[in-house]
Design a protein around this ligand. Structure first.
Ligand code: 5GP
Length: 225
């Protein structure tokens, strides 16, 4: 479900871009292994943080409140929608998930790039909202492997597992709307590729014109004299 974004919100988001950390959206079908990839990048690429979403689903395995997610009730989640706490939110396989606007703002204002590990609906909302967001789709090598990974995780109920597997082809079909696609067939190669995308995006001229304003102005001043 796409958020209803009014024009003012869009303008606020667009004008808030200058000189701040990048917003990096990473999506893949559930069980696509993006969590491991993202953990690698968080450990190896300096200046990147992770957006901890809110969710109404119950914690799985060793998940901790405030680390993987903020686990909240549906009533609390809906209250936060009304308070405008979310940059985007969506119903994913029967549970609600939302990105904290305040957290994203805080990290970006501190000059940090922030990774949003969100589903394809959330990615579409962010594309609408933030023009220069970087979007990356992580593609599992095969449906078979995805099924095995999800089953091996052993944390989903049979109904949840079935739902997620049935949804996977539709999620993969959305790859075409992302700027980058990374095949997750080898964790070392795929995490190196994810890190490379971040480094390359940081070096984009449009971003450097803001970050390196003073250096560029220094040279430009010599042209004037
Ligand atoms: P899981 O329950 O497996 O942790 O996550 C299910 C799906 O919800 C995954 O595709 C995950 O990326 C997505 N998700 C997690 N947090 C958010 C969020 O804040 N917003 C949206 N739209 N999706 C999210």
């Amino acid at each position: 479900m796409l958020n209803e974004l009014n024009k003012t919100e869009k303008q606020d988001a667009a004008s808030a871009e200058c000189g701040r950390g990048m917003l990096i959206v990473v999506s893949s079908p559930s069980g696509g292994g993006k969590g491991t990839l993202i953990d690698r990048v968080l450990q190896t690429v300096p200046g990147v943080s992770y957006s901890v979403s809110y969710t109404t689903r119950a914690p799985r395995g060793a998940e901790q409140d405030g680390r993987e997610y903020f686990f909240v009730s549906t009533v609390t989640f809906e209250g936060l929608i009304r308070q405008g706490e979310y940059l985007e939110w969506a119903d994913v396989y029967g549970h609600l998930y939302g990105t904290s606007k305040a957290q994203v703002e805080r990290e970006r204002a501190a000059g940090k790039d922030i990774i949003l590990e969100i589903d394809v609906q959330g990615a579409a909302s962010i594309r609408e909202l933030i023009d220069d967001a970087v979007s990356i789709f992580i593609l599992p090598p095969s449906f078979e492997l995805l099924r095995n990974r999800l089953a091996a995780r052993g944390t989903d109920s049979p109904t949840d597992l079935e739902r997620r597997l049935r949804g996977a082809p539709l999620e993969v079909e959305q790859y075409r709307y992302f700027q980058y696609v990374i095949l997750n067939d080898d964790i070392n190669r795929a995490s190196a590729q994810l890190a490379s995308v971040i480094y390359a995006e940081r070096a984009r001229r449009e971003r450097q014109e803001i970050r390196l304003k003073e250096t560029l102005a220094d040279f430009a001043s010599l042209l004037e004299s």
